[in-house]
Design a protein around this ligand. Structure first.
Ligand SMILES: O=C(O)CCC(=O)C(=O)O
Length: 330
């Protein structure tokens, strides 16, 4: 995808902000106007503590479930190269990680909203969905969720280059939900206000003008990306902001905002967070959504691969049991 195609996929709210800036103040709430200007908005103390308690309680159970439940053992993991290779939670032991809560920074647990109703309720909580509905001008849909115990330690990046499973790439935003108060030593999220408003000439070229990264792009292109963004930040004079939230706060960022996870200063500290990426329902590629409150979830229910499904009891045994029960009942 070329930069001009990306720009033509932006939300109506953003196109107005860029091209007819006198119009949005007549239409949108102050939170949306802040977001259009900065590429980020912080909504203090809007997340229901009950929802956070429910999700944290499920997370506390997860290490045990990962060992005892074949389904939970298959939860996808990602982050650093070794996590990507391990692919699923139960394989982390092969990396010497016996309790993933104590894993070094970087580990991401994928799509826990598919496994836990509490995670789904949090991803679809009203303050997030209301905001995105106004921003997109239509119902939001969840693309993916990521759960972190510690900092991602992810270098500076813009999500649209990596999260592109939807048809209108400019319709992308993410919520950062702290699951606990976050300390400055736990390596908080860093971001650059205003960096989402790239002009056509400012996009990183991943090859032949493409603005999207691919997992197989060469190492040089990948390593030049970070220095390209650093240089852009420097020439534009964008200043870093650090998110030091209290539990209950919410940050929503634009899919093109430059951001990253800073390196851990104290690796013993946790930085529990839940990050959800959304698009507009009409831009989601999946076909069969189901409604969660006022949002739409397109995820498939999790299931074991066919070879790991519990084997049905041989038919003869089942029939014999039926005959015996029938005899007892008659
Ligand atoms: O929370 C973090 O450390 C970074 C998360 C992030 O960059 C992302 O999910 O795109």
């Amino acid at each position: 995808m070329l930069a001009d195609e990306y720009l033509s996929s932006l939300t109506l709210s953003e196109r107005l902000h860029r091209e007819q800036p006198e119009i949005p103040p007549k239409i949108y709430s102050s939170h949306i106007l802040d977001f259009l200007r900065d590429g980020v908005v912080i909504l203090p103390q809007v997340i229901d503590p009950g929802l956070l308690n429910r999700y944290n309680a499920d997370l506390n159970e997860l290490p045990m479930l990962a060992e005892t439940s074949p389904l939970h053992g298959l939860i996808g993991v990602d982050g650093k190269a070794e996590h990507y290779q391990a692919r699923v939670l139960r394989n982390l032991t092969s990396l010497g990680i016996t309790d993933f809560r104590h894993a070094p920074p970087g580990l991401k647990l994928n799509d826990l909203h598919r496994y836990f109703a509490s995670a789904r309720a949090l991803a679809f909580s009203a303050p997030i969905i209301r905001f995105l509905d106004e921003l997109f001008g239509s119902e939001p849909a969840l693309i993916q969720s990521l759960t972190f115990w510690k900092s991602s330690e992810q270098g500076l990046h813009q999500d649209f280059s990596f999260v592109h499973h939807h048809s209108r790439l400019g319709h992308l935003a993410a919520a950062w939900i702290p699951l606990e108060d976050i300390s400055a030593d736990a390596c908080p999220l860093v971001y650059y206000k205003g960096s989402h408003l790239l002009s056509e000439q400012q996009f990183y070229d991943w090859g032949a003008g493409n603005v999207l990264a691919s997992r197989d792009c060469d190492g040089q292109t990948m390593s030049n990306y970070g220095s390209y963004l650093e240089e852009l930040i420097h020439t534009q004079g964008w200043e870093p902001s650090v998110f030091l939230p209290r539990r209950g706060d919410l940050l929503i960022w634009h899919g093109a905002l430059i951001h990253g996870g800073t390196p851990m200063r104290d690796t013993a500290l946790t930085r529990r967070s839940y990050v959800c990426h959304y698009t507009a329902a009409g831009a989601h590629r999946a076909m069969a959504p189901y409604r969660v409150g006022v949002g739409l979830d397109f995820s498939e229910p999790p299931s074991l691969p066919a070879e790991e499904q519990p084997r049905p009891l041989p038919e003869r045994l089942v029939n014999a049991a039926r005959r015996r029960l029938g005899g007892l009942l008659s």
